[in-house]
Design a binder for this molecule. Structure first.
Ligand SMILES: Nc1ncnc2c1ncn2[C@@H]1O[C@H](COP(=O)(O)OP(=O)(O)OP(=O)(O)O)[C@@H](O)[C@H]1O
Ligand SMILES: [Mg+2]
Length: 260
């Protein structure tokens, strides 16, 4: 898969970021309980790129992903998925956007225990009354390494396999962008490595766009780029990260007493 050349004078559609936040501000609560979770954040996520978001607890990582995926309202600014301004959509259009263009992987896998792995993977499309693209589904299932496990129920799968089902479910509808909030947070290191390897493969071989929150420098080293958040601001941007470089950057947060 070729990545569009970002400097080339091609159409907007090709050069557009997969997602973009502009002066995105999110304030929770009012008066003395007010928390500025995001303070005029500007960030772009490029198509077919794997971006990690890191930063101390409470720095706004989950809030940024929720606002950009249309799962939470914003206070001011703009959040776009491709060409679509997410923040002004009505409920119906927002539901459709979340269903058709955005994949979201939560830390808890959110699999239905009574359904098989395959039924869990196709559930969002079944609910939408959409027929899965069988060829794409086969590609996702084989890339994620679940071909022999499709008839198993979640309690018959390891933690890593369950998370891979959640990843496959998020990918099955061919979202334009996939957000993953600490997808390896509950996994042992081997299962975590499986999921991270798969996310990277989905970017490299399937051309997916992935944005992942993690606290783990090793997990971040699977990405192409790390965006660092602190106190609702983007404070750094690192390309081709190594675990050591990320760890060094994280230590500087600690030195400033920014971790909570
Ligand atoms: N629903 C809410 N109501 C009030 N404040 C909230 C709410 N959700 C988040 N916050 C506050 O917004 C700030 C950012 O929270 P957020 O969940 O985005 O942090 P995070 O970087 O994801 O942290 P963690 O690494 O612990 O998951 C925090 O100070 C948090 O207390
Ligand atoms: Mg969070």
């Amino acid at each position: 898969m070729t990545t569009p050349h970002l400097d080339a004078p091609t159409t907007d559609r090709i050069t557009a970021a997969a997602a973009r936040a502009t002066e995105l501000t999110k304030v929770y609560g009012q008066d003395e309980t007010q928390v500025v979770a995001l303070d005029a954040v500007n960030v772009e996520f490029q198509p077919a790129e794997f971006t990690a978001i890191m930063g101390p607890s409470g720095s706004g990582k989950s809030t940024l992903m929720h606002c950009m995926a249309g799962l939470d309202t914003i206070t001011s600014g703009s959040a776009r998925i491709g060409d679509t301004e997410v923040t002004t959509l009505n409920d119906k259009k927002l539901t459709r956007l979340r269903r058709d263009k955005v994949g979201f992987i939560f830390q808890a896998f959110n699999l239905l225990p009574t359904l098989t792995a395959l039924e869990n993977i196709t559930l969002p499309m079944d609910i939408a009354g959409r027929k899965p693209d069988q060829q794409w589904l086969d590609t996702v299932v084989s890339t994620v390494g679940l071909a022999g496990r499709l008839k198993h129920r979640p309690n018959q799968l390891s933690g890593g396999q369950q998370q891979r089902v959640a990843v496959a479910r998020a990918l099955a509808g061919r979202p334009e962008i996939m957000f993953a909030d600490e997808p390896t947070g509950n996994l042992d290191s081997r299962s975590g490595a499986e999921v991270l390897g798969f996310l990277r493969t989905s970017v490299r071989e399937l051309g997916q766009t992935v944005v992942m929150v993690t606290h783990d420098p090793v997990a971040a080293s699977y990405s192409d780029r790390v965006v660092f958040l602190a106190d609702g601001h983007i404070v750094d941007d690192m390309h081709s990260p190594t675990a050591d470089a990320v760890l060094d950057r994280m230590k500087r947060f600690d030195a400033k007493g920014r971790t909570s």
